[in-house]
Ligand binder design. Structure first.
Ligand code: KG4
Ligand code: ZN
Length: 335
């Protein structure tokens, strides 16, 4: 089955074709992402109305480009998957309307996919994928969740953030240190020059049992350190390193606990923060120490993309699920 995937929940327009006849990573026939980062940078964050308008401009050209790269015509498609939520409602509606209309014209099934299920299943698109049961860590700009995955579609929430998401903490901390939007990757790059242990921030909520997170206090700690510092280039990098180490260590401690609770040794990680180099290394080390493994999608498939939507949609369509003729856009939606 060849499935077109469309992602437009926030500031990335993503399109891909996943072919279930080919194994693992080979199934991803083509994928393309157009990022609106430059458009929103001058406002310091995503402007929803501008995001919707830009998806309107970019989506159909990106569909054409992706099909051409896959060597397919539109008539070769067997289904269309799109992000139905959660996200910005105007942005979601653009992807949903295009996807549903294409499917209608081609007389193939359409399916609305949960954005976080797309992230969760993305590591399974790579070669040598893990099979459930396993534990998933979802770390994006809007979510931080630990999920026990008993099967495709069988998810149990083990823990989540009580305030800021991990990516949000990266972005807000970067902003208070004067780094340009979007700050997460910039802060991570700065931390590469930092020395470990010069600044030590707390590992929130690791001193008590439980699998929930809280990251909002960390940025206040960084703000205080930042205000009292000499703000030299080395100090900036040292603070960035201290912050990154605190987030990475907190996530690693909770992942370890979640594996213990679920009786598993396989942790699957995705969402934008899953692209973080130090987090990847730390979780690999943690999983290896207990004889298991940590699985990640390649960094480009950690952040928002159409491939994860094509893949998650393909799994559901192959299982015989599909939606009716309605155009689904669900801005708030529990997985
Ligand atoms: O999954 P994603 O692309 O979009 C959402 O669904 O939110 O995640 C974006 C988040 C942003 O907060 C961004 O700063 C963060 O992921 N991010 C990173 C890195 N790359 C992206 N955070 C830390 N280190 C990175 N290398
Ligand atoms: Zn996302």
């Amino acid at each position: 089955m060849k499935v077109l995937g469309i992602e437009s929940s926030c500031d990335e327009t993503g399109v891909a074709v996943y072919d279930t006849a080919l194994p693992g990573a080979a199934g991803l026939r083509a994928h393309a992402v157009y990022s609106q980062v430059a458009l929103h940078a001058e406002y310091g964050g995503v402007v929803p109305e501008l995001a919707s308008r830009d998806h309107v401009r970019k989506l159909l050209p990106l569909v054409r480009q992706t099909l051409a790269e896959a060597g397919l015509g539109v008539g070769d498609l067997d289904g269309v998957a799109y992000t139905a939520g959660p996200g910005l409602v105007g942005a979601l509606l653009v992807g949903a309307a295009v996807a549903r209309s294409l499917a209608w014209a081609l007389e193939v099934p359409a399916i609305g996919v949960h954005h976080m299920e797309g992230h969760l299943l993305a590591p399974l698109m790579e070669d040598d994928p893990p099979s459930p049961p396993f534990v998933a860590l979802l770390v994006s700009g809007g979510h931080t969740q630990l999920v026990a995955v008993d099967g495709i579609g069988c998810y149990r929430l083990l823990g989540e953030t009580l305030d800021d998401a991990a990516g949000e903490a990266f972005d807000k901390t970067a902003k208070l240190m004067g780094l340009p939007y979007p700050g997460g990757p910039q802060l991570a790059a700065l931390a590469e020059q930092g020395r470990p242990g010069v600044f030590r921030f707390s590992r929130p909520m690791t001193d008590r049992p439980g699998l929930d997170f809280s990251f909002s206090g960390l940025k206040t700690q960084v703000l205080l350190a930042w205000q009292q510092s000499d703000r030299s280039a080395q100090t900036r990098a040292d603070i960035a390193r201290g912050f990154e180490d605190a987030v990475v260590e907190t996530l690693a401690i909770k992942c370890q606990r979640a594996l213990d609770a679920a009786g598993s040794d396989v942790i699957v990680v995705s969402g934008g923060v899953g692209a973080n180099r130090r987090l990847r290394a730390r979780l690999q080390e943690m999983a290896a120490a207990r004889g298991g493994r940590a699985c990640f999608p390649r960094p480009a498939l950690c952040t928002d993309n159409g491939a994860m939507i094509a893949f998650a949609g393909a799994l559901r369509l192959v299982a015989g699920q599909h939606d009716g003729l309605e155009i689904n856009a669900v801005p708030r939606w529990d997985m």
